[in-house]
Ligand binder design. Structure first.
Ligand SMILES: *Cc1c(COP(=O)(O)O)cnc(C)c1O
Length: 366
């Protein structure tokens, strides 16, 4: 028997006037403006998941001894609701995010939110804030589900209480004025994840630990950092907070190659969706190990024609230049390649309902 949780619904008594909202939606940026509502569900060892509600977006007080502030039990997700041709909104593959959220929770010794509750929370927020779903090209409503410890003590152990929340922020076109390639810095000093660590979990601490390397990349004039494996500093893992794909060959003969999933890689929903779409478009796909040396020599001898990063925020970001402490090279001609752009367009068309939803990836929120 499944006991479905019931959400109390407290619509905002005075939501943002439409003129204000339209001004935000005209140039939303990313993560700067939040919608009128938020979802909260509490968990305790005594009551399990309880007190589920949708209510006006508002700050809340936190005890200085809140365990999250000290020991960092904090995980999150990121997914988007896309406006569909019939003006409704649909979430893209929310069950994939819900399952990953459960895996992240398990790794951080936190309680697992049932998949259907995660999806319902996201769906409810989109429904309450439907007016915030932007309709412009490449725009979407970005949802940020997250969970953190809600117990106040300095004892080191898993907390006995947690809070799950979902907030939403309209996201503008990541590339205004055309898709621009990024340059990447291969960090040989810092690692993002180590075997047995938390690399496969979407947890706040991974991000905290990555910021210094991102700063190092910027110091070397690069946009993003490329992560190598912790053991040998030889194998390519990810770029920034995105997965990485290499295009070998070109045209219809192209093969999309991406690092195979291990416990040091974050299993991106975009990565998975692109592998499926690439296959449908007739490209070969391959999940394997790729070394830094393979990347450099593949670009030198022309066997690698394109490289791109992928993730929910930007879908596909072409990589134009790579740099290490001792070398630098250009990928292809340094411009966005045809395979990257075709895959990007194909995925966006699925997400926005312009192409048949062959796999039940769209979750309507009406
Ligand atoms: C979220 C994330 C990704 C991309 O995942 P998507 O589900 O495609 O958005 C890749 N790498 C890291 C480290 C991430 O945190």
């Amino acid at each position: 028997m499944t006991s479905r949780i019931t959400f109390e619904q407290h619509p905002h008594p005075s939501p943002r006037p439409s003129a204000d909202r339209d001004a935000v939606l005209a140039a939303p940026g990313f993560g700067r403006h939040f919608t009128d509502h938020m979802v909260t569900i509490d968990w305790s060892t005594e009551h399990g998941w309880h007190n589920a509600r949708v209510e006006p977006y508002a700050p809340f007080a936190m005890d200085p001894a809140n365990m999250t502030l000290h020991y960092g039990q904090a995980i999150f997700e990121g997914l988007k609701a896309y406006a569909q041709p019939d003006r409704t909104a649909a979430l893209f593959r929310p069950e994939a995010n819900a399952r990953r959220f459960q895996r992240s929770a398990r790794r951080l010794a936190m309680p697992e939110l049932p998949v259907e509750t995660f999806i319902e929370a996201c769906e409810l927020l989109v429904r309450h804030d439907e007016a915030w779903v932007p309709h412009g090209a490449e725009q979407a409503l970005y949802l940020r589900p997250f969970m953190f410890a809600a117990e106040n003590t300095l004892g080191v152990r898993p907390a006995a209480a947690y809070r799950f929340m979902v907030i939403a922020t309209p996201a503008g076109a990541y590339f205004s004025g055309g898709v621009n390639p990024v340059s990447v810095w291969v960090s040989e000093q810092y690692v993002r994840a180590a075997p047995g660590g938390t690399g496969a979990a979407k947890c706040a601490g991974n991000y905290a630990a990555s910021l210094i390397a991102q700063a190092e990349a910027a110091d070397h004039g690069c946009d993003q950092v490329v992560w190598l494996d912790a053991r040998e500093r030889r194998w390519i893992e990810e770029v920034g907070v995105m997965n990485l794909c290499f295009v070998y060959g070109s045209g219809g003969d192209a093969t999309i190659v991406t690092p195979q999933l291990t416990d040091t890689l974050l299993a991106g929903v975009t990565r998975d969706s692109l592998l499926t779409i690439a296959d449908e478009l007739g490209y070969r796909t391959c999940e394997t190990r790729i070394s830094l040396q393979d990347w450099q020599s593949g670009c030198a001898n022309g066997s690698i024609s394109e490289v791109f990063a992928c993730g929910t925020a930007a879908v596909i970001t072409p990589v134009g230049q790579a740099k290490t402490s001792g070398a630098g090279w250009t990928v292809g001609d340094g411009r966005p390649g045809p395979v990257s752009l075709r895959l990007r367009d194909a995925l966006l068309r699925r997400q926005t309902g312009l192409e048949a939803d062959l796999h039940g990836w769209l979750h309507p929120c009406v």
